[in-house]
Structures are given as C-alpha cells and as structure tokens.
Design a protein. Structure first.
Length: 133
C-alpha cells in the first residue's frame, strides 16, 4: 500500500516491483525477485522463461500487474506458479487502480504440502538473492 500511496497508478509493473523490493527490504522482510520458475517435463527441467515477480519469506508468491483490470488468465498464472513452486500463498496485486486494496487478491495453494519445502527454495536458494543497499 505504501508503494501505491507514493507512486499512484499508471507505471510499468517493473517499477512497482522494484519499489516493492525496496519497501520490503527496508522493513527487514526477506524478499527475492525475478526467480526462475522452470517446468518439469518427463523428468527434465526446462527453462521456459517463467519468473516469479517476488517471493516473500520463501512462502508467498507476489505477482505484480499494472493493467486496466485483472483477468482469469492472471489468476491462472499465479495459481500455476503456486503449484509449480509448492508455495502455500500467493498475492496478485494490480497497481493500476485508484485504491490499491481493491487491486489485491489472495490465493491459497490447495495442493501445498507444508511438510515439503517449496520447489523455489530447493532450486534457487543461493542464486536469486537481490540485496538492496
């Protein structure tokens, strides 16, 4: 909400993503950005260019949008990321709204097994950190 309060609507998704990263880091929250999300097909790992916008505390996937309105395809994208990464919670945030709280949707991964570490944690732990000074 703080990022939207300062910037308002109308910017590119990448601007909101970078500012969210800064805001969460300032607050001492563990966050990583642009995490590769490979597909597993027939026992092979395939990099198709999918990337998670933000991963917060290794548990919450944040997908950032700046669109006129959210569509089912945006929800499907986040749900797919939740399933592939074995993460329990996702937030779909559309910054292109007058009041950002109306642009936030929360999703739960019904297939998440809390006993199993997320695939994102297993595959990207040491390579995707994005510290902000």
């Amino acid at each position: 909400i703080a990022v939207h309060r300062v910037l308002g609507p109308g910017l590119l998704e990448s601007a909101y993503q970078r500012c969210m990263l800064v805001e969460l880091n300032v607050r001492g929250i563990d966050v990583r950005q642009q995490i590769p999300m490979p597909l597993h097909y027939k026992a092979m790992q395939i990099d198709c260019g999918y990337r998670i916008d933000l991963l917060v505390a290794s548990q919450v996937i944040v997908e950032i949008k700046s669109v006129d309105r959210l569509h089912p395809i945006h929800e499907a994208q986040l749900l797919t990321y939740l399933r592939l990464a074995s993460c329990p919670v996702g937030l779909l945030i559309n910054f292109n709204v007058p009041v950002v709280r109306y642009g936030i949707r929360r999703f739960l991964n019904s297939q998440h097994d809390s006993a199993t570490p997320s695939a994102v944690n297993r595959s990207t732990r040491s390579t995707t950190s994005s510290p902000v000074s």
